[in-house]
Design a protein around this ligand. Structure first.
Ligand SMILES: NC(=O)c1ccc[n+]([C@@H]2O[C@H](COP(=O)([O-])OP(=O)(O)OC[C@H]3O[C@@H](n4cnc5c(N)ncnc54)[C@H](OP(=O)(O)O)[C@@H]3O)[C@@H](O)[C@H]2O)c1
Length: 402
């Protein structure tokens, strides 16, 4: 048996998604460092060889040694510029707030690094197009880290739709919402400076949470269209703004694909919850509705663990399929982020510059949809984070903005 292809990661930023605090959910680095055999993978493996914090080298050191306990002798940097200059780094994982993604991913690409960039990919569609052009011009790998697309559950559901399990799909409904407020319609629980609601950090429900509702709409209604007959959606959106900061607190998107006679309704909110009382308490977060029946996916939309197939005239029989994620709660791994990392590793191994599961042109369309929805809702972000002019000295790259 040949030895696995090893990919050496550089981690850009030491925040919530990159780390693995005991009670936090997303744990990219812990998932990355887990033995791939846990998920039946033997052809690729991952190493973290460096991490950078824009705050200080000590913070990066502490992150590597204490928070994620990275094995070996990974290097700690006190700037993103040093990280992207590290010759041993094959790929940079950009884990900064979305406001920073364009400048930070460009910094890495300009330094000749492959990039896996957290969602939302960018703040504007023009930024996304710039990133894609930069990666293609340099023949570097670039991928938006929409981890849900790589779940075995998502792969299976796409396969079922492709095979016509519920007939032609005419409608998809998807929600990703969390109730974060006291209920008085004024303040949610996030401080105004928190990236979830801070316009300077591209806050708001759509870019952070609604992207997962949109993920389901797009991976079924757009991604599965025959390539020769691709049709971008027509977008109609409604937005309620968060009074304290002006970002979107609740957004509804209607996407129509007139030629394909299909439509998707995606919703997101910081005020109400998809599942108000724990897993499965709100019914399916996603309904993929075809002429013969529907596939229902239990939420949360970003990390689904079960789907059901309900056929018309099925006599009350429902096929229920559980798709558990291998995990070890004590060790802190098993969120489901390893599958996207494996995809990136296989692309690098095979010389593929983008993932067929989420092609770059599709990431651009996704940004076009979100930009249009926010435009219709009157949400605006500052010039510093919407410019599509790369500046290595931007405060977003040097950490001097916070
Ligand atoms: N895939 C998922 O499930 C998932 C879940 C959560 C978040 N995310 C995405 O991951 C990204 C980061 O989210 P997060 O929750 O990890 O954010 P976070 O906890 O606020 O961390 C962001 C990190 O970015 C760096 N940073 C640089 N400039 C900053 C500034 N002006 N303000 C705040 N942070 C700054 C900081 O690290 P240094 O000081 O080390 O530079 C900070 O710790 C977002 O785009 C988010 O959408 C994805």
């Amino acid at each position: 048996m040949s030895s696995p292809h090893t990919v050496r990661w550089g981690i850009m930023a030491t925040g919530w998604i990159a780390e693995s605090k005991k009670n936090s959910n997303p744990m990219f680095c812990k998932d990355l460092l887990t033995d791939p055999a846990c998920r039946g993978v033997s052809d690729v493996r991952h190493e973290i060889v460096a991490a950078a914090s824009s705050t200080s080298k000590d913070r990066a050191q502490d992150f590597l040694a204490e928070t994620i306990k990275a094995p070996g002798s990974p290097r700690a940097y006190g700037s993103y510029a040093e990280l992207v200059a590290d010759r041993d780094v094959d790929i940079v994982y950009v884990a900064t707030p979305h406001s920073h993604h364009f400048q930070n991913a460009m910094l890495a690409l300009e330094a000749g690094k492959n990039v896996l960039c957290e969602k939302a990919f960018t703040v504007t569609a023009a930024q996304a197009r710039r990133l894609v052009a930069a990666a293609r011009a340099r023949r570097l790998f670039l991928m938006e880290a929409v981890w849900t697309r790589y779940f075995p559950l998502s792969v299976k559901v796409r396969e079922l739709v492709r095979q016509g399990a519920v007939g032609p799909v005419y409608r998809v409904l998807a929600d990703n919402s969390f109730a974060n407020g006291a209920g008085d319609g004024e303040r949610v629980t996030f401080a105004d400076a928190h990236r979830m609601v801070n316009p300077d950090l591209a806050g708001g429900a759509l870019l952070d949470l609604g992207i997962y509702s949109l993920t389901w709409l797009m991976q079924i209604l757009y991604h599965l269209q025959p390539e020769a007959d691709r049709e971008k959606p027509v977008v109609a959106a409604a937005v309620n703004k968060y009074p304290a900061t002006g970002v979107d607190e609740s957004t509804a998107l209607v996407l129509t694909f007139p030629r394909h006679k299909s439509m998707g309704l995606g919703t997101t909110s910081l005020r109400v919850a998809t599942d108000p009382d724990g897993p499965f308490s709100g019914g399916p977060a996603i309904r993929i509705q075809g002429a013969k029946g529907e596939i229902q996916v239990q939420g949360p939309a970003f990390r689904p663990l079960q789907y059901r197939v309900v056929l018309q005239g099925g006599g009350g029989k429902t096929e229920v399929v559980d798709c558990p994620i291998p995990r070890d709660d004590r060790a802190g791994w098993g969120h489901g982020m390893f599958w996207e990392a494996d995809e990136a590793a296989r692309c690098l191994r095979d010389g593929r510059l983008e993932s067929a599961t989420l092609p770059l042109d599709e990431s651009v369309v996704i940004m076009e949809v979100m930009e249009e929805a926010l435009r219709q809702g009157g949400v605006e972000y500052p010039e510093l984070i919407t410019t599509d002019v790369f500046d290595p000295q931007s405060p977003l790259n040097t950490g001097k903005s916070s």
